[in-house]
Design a protein around this ligand. Structure first.
Ligand SMILES: C[S@@+](CC[C@H](N)C(=O)[O-])C[C@H]1O[C@@H](n2cnc3c(N)ncnc32)[C@H](O)[C@@H]1O
Length: 283
């Protein structure tokens, strides 16, 4: 049996997200600082690293955000209105049990505006769609077809309540917006974890469409400037990305480690690039 890591005790992210870091935490966390002030995570996605950080220290001051406003709304609903959310998800589970395909496509076509319905629709579609990933098209519409699951866990009551408790610890600020705005207040002694949409390793492999907008080369350059600014401000910064030429060019001057088969090894720039994760630290 593989050795248990503390990360296994963190609540599972309530949405499965492209680029989710849950399984990499045991390897990555070796490289996280032991002591730090506030925790910043401006590309929050499924929040695996946030939940791990809160499990280690539930009182930690955390400032987390994402450009995807529906996702951020979902976090606030999980934190503040978890009973109503569970009730609404029970409704989805019942509808789905009666007529899977009809119900799935009906919900997919809806555009609710009240926060609990927005969140429960997002969680329901995430659990039942093809590949289990939330992905929107250029117009911001969720357009993934239905998946084929024998028994999807639509109402994960225990997981939602655990996530709600951690998020509600009183010290987590959740907001939506661009990473640069989210990081404006980071300073001396803070820890910043950056997990932007990855640079595609080939022209066909695009992992950059989470929000309807792409994370393009100019965004990666903005991020490189932001990284240097955070370093100058005394933050400890860790960035995840794919092992590609633009990433090596913009970040190769920092401490680069390569993640291979869920292990991190020291990296030199001569290695084969493309299929590995990089972890880039300024300390
Ligand atoms: C690789 S995912 C993060 C995955 C996350 N670490 C996890 O474990 O699930 C990248 C996230 O960045 C967000 N994003 C894209 N462009 C952004 C921007 N300019 N500013 C902030 N967030 C952005 C996307 O909405 C997406 O959720």
């Amino acid at each position: 049996m593989p050795k248990q890591h503390l990360a296994d005790r963190a609540p599972r992210p309530f949405v499965k997200w492209a680029g989710g870091k849950r399984r990499l935490i045991p390897a990555m966390s070796e490289y996280f600082p032991r002591e730090f002030g506030r925790y910043f995570e401006p590309f929050l996605g499924g929040g695996a690293v946030l939940f791990y950080t809160l499990l280690l220290d539930p009182g930690r001051r955390c400032l987390v955000s994402d450009l995807n406003a529906d996702l951020i709304l979902a976090y606030t609903v999980v934190r503040d209105r978890v009973d109503e959310l569970i009730e609404s998800l029970r409704g989805h589970a019942a509808g789905y049990a009666e007529d899977r395909s009809g119900y799935y496509y009906r919900v997919r076509g809806e555009e609710p505006s009240d926060p609990v319905s927005v969140c429960s629709r997002l969680v329901f579609l995430n659990r039942t769609c093809f590949n289990g990933l939330y992905r929107v098209n250029r117009r911001g519409k969720f357009n993934v077809p239905m998946g084929r699951y024998a028994n999807p866990n639509i109402v994960n009551e225990e997981g939602l309540r655990a996530a709600s408790r951690l998020l509600g610890s009183g010290n987590v600020r959740i907001s939506s917006g661009d990473f640069a705005d989210a990081l404006a207040g980071a300073g001396e002694g803070d820890f910043v974890y950056l997990d932007p949409p990855y640079q595609p390793v080939s022209a066909t492999a695009s992992f950059t469409q989470y929000t309807g907008g792409d994370f393009v080369a100019a965004d990666l350059e903005r991020l490189a400037s932001e990284y240097a600014r955070l370093d100058g401000a005394g933050c400890r910064v860790v960035l995840s990305n794919s092992d590609t030429e633009p990433v090596r060019r913009l970040f190769g001057g920092w401490n680069v480690a390569k993640l291979t088969a869920n292990r991190l090894i020291n990296s030199d720039s001569s290695g084969r690039s493309g299929h590995h994760e990089l972890l880039i630290r300024n300390f």
